[in-house]
Design a protein around this ligand. Structure first.
Ligand code: ITT
Length: 196
């Protein structure tokens, strides 16, 4: 059994591999596949739309089961920003440090109790000749006043999960994977994976 994870994001790929390692399914990301694959522009305005777009385009070309992840950070005090634009909040190509700096700067004047935020992960699973399956996971927390930690990727250094006093980037990957939006979404997907 084999699945392609339609991502070029190293951090995501590592988290999916850690999960699929525990199953009988071999997982490859787009960083491992060297076929001529289409460049996918994320043109949709929803996480579901972009996840479906990524999974369906790659499945069309490869004809095998494909899983795509569209995820992001939703900050209440920023009216839901960076949201679907999380990867390119400070411009393209993705620059995690510039994205972090932009969030911290915009939130400079906001007190700690108003810094609530959540990560969302929407997964789209395409198995050839069946309908696309969607699962959504969340991780609640707040934005720290300063960045801390070097583990993980993206906004992990400024996200303190609810019930913790350190950032996701200060947790081990094992600890992050117990509580993350991605592992929450993957848990809901598990029952569908037997159809692969
Ligand atoms: P692919 O489309 O190739 O999968 P991407 O990075 O462009 O990679 P998204 O469009 O889904 O993926 O953007 C997600 C962004 O949200 C990502 O670049 C991070 O900045 C942020 N993000 C998502 N999950 C995260 C996590 O677990 N920890 C920290 N930041 C995360």
């Amino acid at each position: 059994k084999k699945i392609i994870i339609a991502t070029k994001n190293k951090g995501k790929a590592a988290e999916f591999k850690a999960f699929f390692n525990k199953t009988g399914i071999e997982a490859y990301s787009l960083l491992d596949v060297n076929n001529q694959l289409p460049e996918i522009e994320e043109t949709e305005k929803t996480f579901e739309g972009n996840a479906a777009l990524k999974a369906e385009k790659i499945a069309d070309v490869l004809g095998v089961p494909v899983l795509a992840d569209d995820s992001g950070l939703i900050v209440d005090a920023l009216n839901g920003e960076p949201g679907v634009y999380s990867a390119r909040y400070a411009g393209e190509p993705t620059n995690d440090q510039a994205n972090i700096d932009k969030v911290l700067e915009k939130m400079q004047a906001i007190s700690q109790e108003k810094r609530t935020a959540r990560f969302i992960c929407v997964l789209a699973l395409v198995i050839p000749d069946s309908e696309t399956i969607f699962c959504t996971g969340y991780c609640e927390g707040e934005i720290s006043s300063e960045q801390a930690g070097t583990n993980g990727f993206g906004y992990d250094p400024i996200f303190i999960p609810a019930g913790y006093s350190i950032t996701l980037a200060q947790l081990s990957s094992k600890e992050k994977n117990k509580i993350s939006h991605r592992s929450n979404a993957i848990a809901q997907l598990e029952k569908w994976l037997q159809n692969i």
